[in-house]
Structures are given as C-alpha cells and as structure tokens.
Design a protein around this ligand. Structure first.
Ligand code: SF4
Ligand code: F3S
Ligand code: FES
Length: 239
C-alpha cells in the first residue's frame, strides 16, 4: 500500500521556521511508522533526523507525536492510523533537528529524584529480602522506559517546565515503595517542593500517553498520599 506521511522538519542551527514535508512510501499494513521513517531516510531524504535504537518498544528513544498523540514509532502499525500520518517532535523540549528533541532537561529531573536503590550504611549479611506482596507495590512503575511521552503530554509541564513531571515521579515511585530502599523520606522531601508532585492537576494525559500501559496518574496519587502521610501529618514539613 502507498502511505503518505507529513513530517515536521526544523533545525536548531538554522533560523528558518519549521516546515512540513510530505513523503509517499510503499509499506505493508503491518509495517510500523518507524519502518516508514526509515524508508524515507534510506531512499528519499537522508537528512531526515530521528532517534531509534531497539525497534521493539524497550529503549524509549523514538517517542514522537503521531497523528497528534505521543507514541513510540516502533509500536504503531500503519494500519492503525489514519492517513496522511502526521509526525512531529514531542512538545515541551527544544528541537535539535526534525524529530529529535533535547532531552537533557528531562534527564536532569530524572536524576534529581535519586533513581537508584539507597541501601542501609551497613548492608545485610544476606540478600535484601522482599515478599511478593511488597514487590507488587511498585511492579507497575518498574516498566518505565524513560521515553518522555508522559511528561511531554502533560499540560502542567507545558505551563511550567520547572515541574519535575510524571516520568520522574514514576521513577521515584519505583523506589519510594520498594521495601528495601532507605531513601523514602529524601525523595518525598524532593517531590513535596514547589516543582514536585503537587503541580500535577490529575489531568491523566500522562496515563493515556504511556506506551508501557503504566497507570501514571495512580502512581502520582500514591506519592502525593505518601507525602501527606509521612511528611506533613507527622509535623515534619519538607525541607
Ligand atoms: Fe514513558 Fe510511561 Fe515511563 Fe512516562 S511512565 S517515561 S510514558 S514509559
Ligand atoms: Fe500531568 Fe498526568 Fe498530572 S497529565 S497534570 S502529570 S495526571
Ligand atoms: Fe526502542 Fe522504539 S526504538 S522503543
């Protein structure tokens, strides 16, 4: 089948405004939008820029706006979307070129919530033990691949880019609710700040956008509750 794609193009090194280029490619209905982008890049316009790595929904590098929704290009089949297929870079971060945005701000927020297990100073003599019920508390948020689709579809983030954003909160959730972790209070203090979870207005775009099916809004709500329970109600305001 013939597939028509309209791709938003721009280049941070040039002063020209963004433009839309239209391409026609031959594809199977079960081909992915990523395959179409490759067909353009390999056979029609080698200057088209986009990120991809795994090609199978694991690395999170090819999140982009496809027909107005944040999605992974490697997970969207041609037959699933109306034509012409519009492809744009994610919103809210500066565009470097075409579909590639500068994710440094995103990863800075990710690092700010200390995304690693904080162990006791004296490690246990045997392995850290955890029963299945304890593990279930953060199972959903372990699935995050840091694609950025949630944060860049959040109106609270568009309104204020200081907001730490749903992706960083999902990552914090993964450790806050891990019974082996000792950094709960530290992370809750970070997320109780002005730029933290209470900037979330429960709009749900993040949950809708997540290609891993994570209930992002639920995770954010659990972190809000943990802050209210562990920090404010105990009379220890966030520092
Ligand atoms: Fe991507 Fe979902 Fe993780 Fe957000 S929570 S970064 S949408 S995988
Ligand atoms: Fe934004 Fe999701 Fe909250 S879209 S406002 S982070 S529920
Ligand atoms: Fe890795 Fe799509 S290329 S998630």
């Amino acid at each position: 089948m013939r597939v028509t794609l309209r791709v938003k193009r721009s280049d941070a090194t040039e002063s020209a405004p963004a433009r839309w280029d239209q391409f026609e490619v031959e594809a199977e209905p079960t081909d992915r939008v990523l395959d179409c982008l490759h067909a353009i890049q390999w056979y029609q316009d080698g200057t088209l820029a986009f990120r991809r790595s795994c090609g199978h929904g694991i690395c999170g590098s090819d999140a982009m706006l496809i027909n107005g929704r944040n999605r992974l290009a490697c997970k969207v089949l041609v037959k699933e979307v109306d034509q012409p297929i519009t492809v744009e870079p994610m919103r809210g971060y500066p565009v470097i070129k075409d579909l590639i945005v500068d994710m440094e701000g995103f990863f800075e927020k990710y690092r700010s919530i200390k995304p690693y297990l904080i162990s006791p100073a004296t490690p246990p003599l045997r392995e850290h033990r955890q029963d299945p019920k304890e593990r279930d508390r953060f199972e959903d948020t372990t699935k995050c691949i840091l694609c950025g689709a949630c944060t860049t579809s959040c109106p609270s983030f568009w309104a204020n880019d200081q907001y730490v954003g749903p992706a960083a909160i999902v990552q914090a959730h993964r450790f806050i609710f891990d019974s082996r972790d000792q950094g709960q209070t530290t992370r809750l203090n970070i997320l109780a700040k002005e730029s933290g979870v209470f900037r979330c207005r429960t709009i749900f775009n993040c949950t809708e956008a997540c290609p891993r099916g994570i209930n992002v809004t639920k995770a954010i709500t659990q972190v809000k509750k943990a802050i209210l329970t562990h920090l404010f109600r105990r009379g220890a305001p966030p520092s």
